[in-house]
Design a protein around this ligand. Structure first.
Ligand SMILES: [Zn+2]
Length: 385
């Protein structure tokens, strides 16, 4: 047996054991009392001071979303999960197109927009927030701090929460998972209990993990462990999904909050999808957007942006795939105007002049003040219309 298979077999055995015990103990969790500010001379006090400084910088960062309504929505979810710790949790939404959330020991919680784009409903968001609150309640970062000796490892602990602006690397997103295996399992379990107590469907927690795994696997020819360090150093995704599934079975019921979630993020979706497409990780974007179309989330806008991914990737056959998606978007109840422009541009190039004219006309009807309106008019003139 290859080493890899041996490891897999070992993991499967332990996973089922862990899953059983996880399911059984899942319901019992007593949160600690609210934390006071630690003595500045202590190691924990030093960590708080550093995080306070990070937070000061974060407050001024142009990357922080200034949408009070959306921020309050996420803050309310965190408060329902954190219960008596609510006054200590301060949510910041950060415009960065990667899957990441963290909560520092001083109460600063960051939620990145790449994560918000990947959630299908409120329960999934609650699963991630509950997990981070789990790390916070158990003070895992302080334990981690005391575990380590070297300065570079200390840097790793800091990197769990800081990193404003240091983006573009998947390793950065992975930092959210840089706790040890036992800490991750414990945070998963506590997160599930908090979700259940707040009235959410715990089964959505396993879906978050599974969805992320599918997306990373979409990168051709690579095992997820090679492209995303978070999969290498932490509980294997199938193991984690199975344990979360077991926990959910012990805590049935609860709501998903599809509509509430989609309503609250609707105004930002266009911007977040633009950010996602600009990453240039086409396989991942296709997996993500196709999944959201399948879940019925803003299918018009999502279909248009999937078309954009094909157009930008520009491999053989991609132009036709892009056109098919623009047409799909155009038939949805919420078609973005730009889908019709997309149809016009590709049909004009392919000599399908009738459909090109129709597309351009519809675009100008829906977006008469578009900055490229004059440009589109000139195409219409050229097409004799
Ligand atoms: Zn974690």
């Amino acid at each position: 047996m290859k080493r890899r298979q041996v490891l897999a077999a070992g993991a499967a055995c332990c996973a089922s054991l862990l899953a059983r015990s996880a399911g059984a103990q899942a319901m019992h969790y007593a949160a600690p009392e609210r934390f006071g500010r630690p003595d500045i001379a202590s190691d924990e006090g030093g960590l708080w001071a550093l995080m306070d400084r990070e937070e000061k910088g974060l407050r001024r960062s142009p990357l922080v979303l200034r949408d009070e309504k959306l921020k309050n929505y996420v803050q309310d979810i965190a408060c329902r999960l954190g219960s008596e710790h609510c006054p200590d949790i301060r949510v910041y939404l950060v415009r960065t197109p990667l899957f990441n959330a963290s909560m520092a020991p001083n109460g600063m919680m960051q939620v990145w927009t790449g994560l918000l784009l990947r959630m299908e409903n409120e329960a999934q968001l609650a699963a991630v927030l509950g997990h981070e609150i789990g790390h916070y309640l158990q003070r895992h970062s302080v334990e981690r701090l005391r575990d380590i000796r070297s300065k570079s490892a200390f840097g790793q602990v800091l990197s769990l929460f800081g990193l404003i602006g240091a983006v573009g690397q998947i390793a950065v997103a992975a930092s959210a998972y840089a706790y040890g295996r036992e800490h991750e399992h414990e945070a998963d379990r506590i997160g599930a209990v908090l979700m259940h107590r707040a009235g959410y469907d715990v089964a959505e927690a396993a879906k978050v993990w599974n969805n992320l795994l599918k997306e990373v696997r979409a990168r051709e020819g690579k095992e997820p462990e090679q492209t995303a360090p978070l999969f290498a150093s932490h509980p294997a995704p199938p193991e984690r999904r199975d344990i979360l599934g077991q926990i959910a079975a012990a805590m049935p019921g609860g709501s998903r909050g599809d509509d509430a979630y989609r309503r609250h993020v609707a105004a930002h979706l266009d911007e977040w999808l633009q950010d996602e497409v600009k990453r240039g990780q086409y396989a991942e974007s296709l997996a993500l957007i196709s999944r959201q179309i399948g879940s019925g989330f803003a299918p018009g806008l999502m279909s248009y942006y999937r078309g954009e991914v094909y157009r930008l990737r520009a491999e053989p056959g991609d132009q036709d795939l892009a056109l098919a998606d623009y047409r799909l978007a155009a038939q949805m109840p919420d078609p973005p105007a730009v889908a019709f422009r997309g149809i016009g541009l590709i049909c004009r190039q392919q000599g399908q002049n009738g459909e090109a004219v129709q597309g351009f006309r519809r675009y100008l009807e829906l977006a008469p003040a578009a900055p490229d309106a004059a440009f589109i008019q000139s195409y219409l003139a050229e097409l004799g219309s």
